[in-house]
Design a protein around this ligand. Structure first.
Ligand code: PRP
Ligand code: URA
Length: 207
């Protein structure tokens, strides 16, 4: 089941980005901030190891992250809005990209670009996209990453529809999905209700 990350700061910011009169400038800033906050939870189970260090006073030990390195993969366009927020807390992450848009008639994703770090098989790959609607885009992005050798994949979405979560979980039961909120349903055009509208348009001020 998708993990809903509930926190007062996240809920507050989510309410503001849903409002139709929130500007692109505020929307961009808040999407990045929510991504940063969700990043704490997504990285909670990273492996740690103890190392010896020397403080100005004495020798001691401390724990640092070990093992798997991290990659961030935004689904273009809207996923771009979450990258800086995650890099704030994982500055050494590599960034791959998957470009896709939903065909407005069929709602099926059309992939037009993909580029990943060469070593995805040894990284935790975190796919980011504000919206998980039918799930088609996320399923296709995971397929694409797996075709390139990724075996450890997580996804962060701000808003999800129940039917989209179900579809992704059926197609890729090994991928953990983290969301800030699960909404009621999809409308006839595949938009999340109540949702926030078109995330790409709201981030970049296009219409
Ligand atoms: C949006 C969103 C997701 C996708 C979700 O992208 O950012 O990628 O729709 O829908 P799905 O779960 O039904 O596949 P969109 O197609 O609007 O492209 P854009 O980001 O370029 O605007
Ligand atoms: N993509 C969006 O940007 N918004 C939705 O509600 C569904 C898909």
């Amino acid at each position: 089941m998708a993990k809903v990350i509930s926190h007062p700061l996240i809920e507050h910011k989510m309410t503001i980005i849903r409002k139709k009169d929130t500007s692109s400038m505020e929307f961009r800033q808040l999407v990045n901030e929510i991504a940063t906050l969700m990043g704490y939870e997504v990285t909670r189970d990273l492996e740690m190891e103890e190392i010896e260090i020397e403080t100005p006073i004495t020798k001691t030990t401390g724990r640092v992250i070990s093992g798997k390195k991290i990659g961030i993969v935004p689904i273009l366009r809207a996923g771009l809005g979450m990258v800086e927020g995650l890099l704030t807390i994982i500055p050494a992450a590599r960034v791959g990209h998957v470009g896709m848009y939903r065909d407005p008639e069929t709602l099926n994703p059309v992939t037009y670009y993909s580029k990943f770090p060469s070593d995805v098989s040894s990284r935790l790959m975190i796919i980011v996209d504000p919206m998980l609607a039918t799930g088609g885009s996320l399923i296709e992005a995971i397929d694409e990453l797996k075709r390139h050798g990724a075996t450890n994949i997580k996804a962060i979405n701000l808003l999800a529809a129940p039917e989209g979560i179900k579809a992704v979980e059926e197609a890729h039961p090994d991928v953990e999905i983290y969301v800030a909120a699960i909404d009621e349903k999809l409308n006839d055009h595949g938009y999340i209700v109540p949702g926030l509208g078109d995330a790409g348009d709201r981030l970049f001020g296009t219409k």
